[in-house]
Ligand binder design. Structure first.
Ligand SMILES: *Cc1c(COP(=O)(O)O)cnc(C)c1O
Length: 418
């Protein structure tokens, strides 16, 4: 009998939580602690404006690994996204296109500059923004496109860059979930004007909290470094970067996080390889379950499996919700929903700054921008009827764990779809 109906749970052992931190990181932290220099940023014009030696070393290592000219370490990837939007000179009332199937920061970073997110639906198979639907949402106010590489695989960035160049737009890759994923032989995150990665503890590699921006554009890189470190107080020394959007922040990364990041980056390849091997095993063994759609990976891409996403593609059994409750009851750490951020109250009510609907009230036609359920039908359908996912970065799964997950899936499938 299914556990959901009072039967025995198929998986009785708890899975090991993910922990990529080892002796290398511990030693690196101790070394920094012994110097007593836990951060070396100075918010005024000096050699220390760009941070301490570990921050610089981490940035150089990131730039080398991802084969980009500039890496800029920040205290979170949310900060990174805010710095990127600001550096691109996006301002009050401008529109920025973004997909809804992402973490809220992809869109909230836009609001931080009083610009207005406009949502474009996703591709049903990749969960990434659908390039075919972008042009229909471009207006004279559109300035940029934020492109999440969701679940561990790049969006079709070349197609998006083509549209961007046609309309003079900038493109930001939000590659928080897809470090080391390949797209046409290049690393995801490096094919747009700016990209970057999260170093938060539930991502592939982490520094506790942290993030890093990557770009090949020196002008943008310098503007992002300025925004990271109290731009307004030092921009006088850098007149070529202007005053626009130079309200500075403190987005600085400390030396401890940078030292951890240096060691974590060395482990990225092996962490990703293991996720890919386990995901391939999971896909191979779940392949026989009728109506269960498995991750789609185009020939020109690799997937690093932040989340192993599936779709229920049959209607002759229970709803997705019931099915996921049954899978969960058997001990599979499965989630039956992801985030459809256009439905968040901030967009439904159009309230960000103050009580007067800023920034939408900056333009009367911005108040008309539609965030209702239904504007992104693919994302809605996935959320309501089809999508389910297992977070491969939450656990340190081994082969035996995958076997247990597969066994529990088979038990549930046998019960509902005889
Ligand atoms: C995690 C995540 C972020 C935010 O990163 P933080 O480092 O936690 O601020 C942004 N976008 C996506 C798609 C994410 O998954």
């Amino acid at each position: 009998m299914l556990a959901i109906y009072g039967g025995d749970r198929y998986i009785t052992q708890a899975f090991k939580p993910s922990n990529p931190i080892g002796i290398e990181e511990i030693n690196a932290v101790v070394n920094v602690m012994e110097t007593g220099v836990l951060s070396k940023f100075l918010g005024s014009w000096s050699d220390d404006f760009y941070g301490g030696s570990k921050v610089l070393e981490f940035e150089a290592a990131i730039a080398k690994y991802f084969n980009v000219s500039h890496a800029i370490a920040v205290n979170s990837w949310t900060s990174g996204l805010i710095a990127a939007i600001g550096a691109l000179d996006i301002g009050p009332g401008d529109e920025v296109i973004v997909s809804p199937w992402t973490m809220s920061a992809s869109a909230i970073a836009i609001l931080h500059w009083n610009a207005i997110p406009v949502f474009v639906d996703i591709d049903k198979r990749t969960y990434n923004i659908d390039p075919h639907k972008i042009e229909g949402k471009i207006t004279p106010h559109t300035k940029a496109i934020v492109v999440p590489d969701i679940f561990g695989m790049s969006a079709d960035v070349d197609a998006i860059m083509q549209i961007a160049s046609k309309y003079g737009l900038k493109v930001i890759s939000d590659t928080a979930q897809a470090p080391a994923a390949l797209y046409k032989g290049k690393y995801a995150g490096t094919c747009a004007h700016v990209g970057g990665f999260s170093l938060n503890y539930h991502k592939h590699i982490h520094t506790g909290e942290g993030g890093v921006l990557v770009t090949n554009d020196s002008y943008l890189a310098e503007r992002m470094r300025l925004i990271r470190n109290h731009a307004e107080s030092v921009v006088v020394g850098r007149p070529s970067y202007g005053l626009n959007n130079m309200i500075g922040y403190n987005f600085r990364m400390g030396e401890i996080e940078a030292a951890i990041g240096i060691e974590q980056l060395k482990k990225l390849d092996s962490i990703v390889k293991k996720k890919q091997r386990l995901a391939a095993k999971l896909a191979a063994e779940l392949g026989g379950l009728a109506g269960l759609e498995l991750p789609y990976i185009p020939n020109d891409s690799t997937h690093v499996f932040y989340i192993f996403a599936m779709q229920l593609n049959r209607t002759d059994g229970p709803s997705k919700k019931i099915l996921c409750e049954a899978l969960l009851a058997e001990g599979i750490p499965i989630s039956s929903t992801y985030q459809n951020i256009h439905l968040l109250p901030i967009f439904q009510k159009k309230i960000a700054y103050g009580k007067k609907n800023f920034p939408w009230s900056l333009r009367s036609n911005a108040l008309q921008i539609d965030y209702r359920k239904g504007i992104c039908p693919i994302a809605d359908d996935l959320q309501d009827h089809k999508y389910m996912g297992i977070g491969l970065c939450n656990y340190d799964f081994e082969d035996v764990d995958i076997d247990m997950i597969v066994g529990a899936f088979r038990k549930v499938w046998t019960h509902f779809f005889k």
